[in-house]
Ligand binder design. Structure first.
Ligand SMILES: Cc1cc2nc3c(=O)[nH]c(=O)nc-3n(C[C@H](O)[C@H](O)[C@H](O)COP(=O)(O)OP(=O)(O)OC[C@H]3O[C@@H](n4cnc5c(N)ncnc54)[C@H](O)[C@@H]3O)c2cc1C
Ligand code: SF4
Ligand code: SF4
Ligand code: SF4
Length: 340
């Protein structure tokens, strides 16, 4: 992709309204020239004006190379994609904020404790404001504290990968991300671009979270919940999406909002998305297909299977084979078809 620059990305992705907000372009830009605005205008990144390629004619194009929307790879296999095994799983220890069975936290906790990885790049939140941020985590306590799903954001999700690779020099990194992030990371891992080599060498594991859609933070938290429903962020204990948005409050109440009433809050780039189950991850994780309190795991690569097997071996993860594959296949096909 040398020769391409942010202007090509702007034309093909930002202006076309299909940016996923994955933040991969932000993470890999060697000039730190791409960033997201906070607040209402965060459908895609913006550019500061200087670009190695466009300004100085120095070969780059890293941002274009990693973008999952610049030249999408068509899914050749049936949804939900390649699988070695399907499991229903839960953490064998207490994970108070877990979204499903805490299996993602258990796999990462085990990998850190056993020295299989040295850092996790994920999306954390401030428990009081629910504002999300892309972070690097190296301590298991922080990992447990940050369990649970962030459904609303404006941040470039995987931006902290730059800090992990280029500043902290971690070389055994696990990344957690929604399917668009997994797709960007797959491009990074496959790439032979010299500027992407540090990233290619440092990503050891990718855990993809199932994702139907995500919400713009400003529209959901501030406008819909704040102004319309009079709910302050600090009153929210947890959010869940199960055919509707369920807002669990700290006083024990739960408010349910049909997804049809949240259409205007959906991030615009999600309308162009066809991947429910993170087909390009090593392990995919979601709530669908397992009973309440458990996580469905799709093991897609031998590497992903190795991480799960190790967590089972050390007793940190409990697994069984009872997954409702039909439910997952049906919803994965629905997402692929409704966008195509
Ligand atoms: C936007 C979004 C939409 C989803 N939609 C669906 C759906 O439609 N159907 C379904 O079955 N499952 C969906 N999931 C996945 C589900 O909510 C759980 O994340 C999954 O079941 C794993 O649960 P767990 O208890 O094992 O994870 P936990 O043990 O609770 O760990 C979750 C991990 O994910 C990280 N994380 C949280 N939010 C994000 C984020 N936005 N980006 C990157 N990392 C993050 C946390 O830091 C933590 O490390 C969605 C998740 C997200 C973030
Ligand atoms: S310097 Fe490279 S990565 Fe950054 S905007 Fe220019 S082409 Fe893209
Ligand atoms: S989809 Fe990701 S890589 Fe592509 S422009 Fe948007 S944030 Fe950047
Ligand atoms: S639906 Fe989920 S995976 Fe697809 S673009 Fe939106 S956030 Fe990314």
């Amino acid at each position: 992709m040398e020769g391409k620059c942010y202007q090509d990305l702007e034309k093909a992705v930002w202006d076309a309204g299909i940016c996923a907000g994955c933040g991969a372009c932000v993470a890999v830009c060697p000039a730190d020239a791409i960033y997201f605005r906070t607040g209402a205008d965060s459908a895609h990144p913006v550019h500061c004006g200087y670009c190695k390629q466009a300004t100085d004619d120095v070969p780059c194009g890293a941002c274009y190379e990693v973008c999952p929307r610049a030249s999408p790879v068509p899914a050749t296999e049936q949804p939900p994609g390649d699988c070695i095994d399907w499991l229903t799983a839960r953490a064998a220890f207490e994970v108070p904020g877990r979204q499903s069975g805490g299996a993602v936290t258990a796999i990462l906790h085990n990998a850190l404790e056993e020295g299989l990885i040295d850092a996790v790049v994920t999306v954390a939140e401030d428990r009081w404001t629910h504002r999300p941020s892309s972070v690097v985590i190296t301590e298991t306590d922080a990992l447990i504290h940050q369990a649970g799903s962030r459904y609303a954001w404006w941040v470039p999700l995987v931006a902290a990968l730059k800090e992990a690779v280029m500043i902290r020099k971690h070389r055994r990194i696990a990344v957690v991300g929604v399917p668009c992030v997994a797709a960007a990371l797959a491009r990074m891992r496959r790439s032979e671009h010299p500027l992407l080599r540090p990233f290619t060498r440092s990503i050891r594991l990718v855990i993809g979270l199932f994702c139907t859609e995500s919400f713009d933070f400003h529209r959901l938290m501030e406008e819909k919940l704040g102004r319309e429903h009079r709910i302050e962020p600090w009153q929210i204990r947890r959010l869940d999406v199960k055919g509707k948005l369920i807002v669990g409050l700290t006083d024990g109440r739960a408010i349910e909002i049909p997804l049809t009433r949240l259409e205007e809050c959906v991030r615009p780039g999600c309308h162009a998305c066809t991947d429910l189950t993170a087909r390009e991850a090593d392990i995919s994780a979601g709530g669908i297909g397992s009973k309440e309190g458990c996580t469905t795991l799709i093991l897609r690569t031998e590497l992903g299977k190795g991480f799960v097997d190790d967590a089972v071996r050390t007793g940190r993860l409990i697994v069984s084979p009872e997954v409702d594959k039909d439910a997952i296949e049906r919803l994965a096909a629905q997402k692929r078809n409704r966008r195509s």
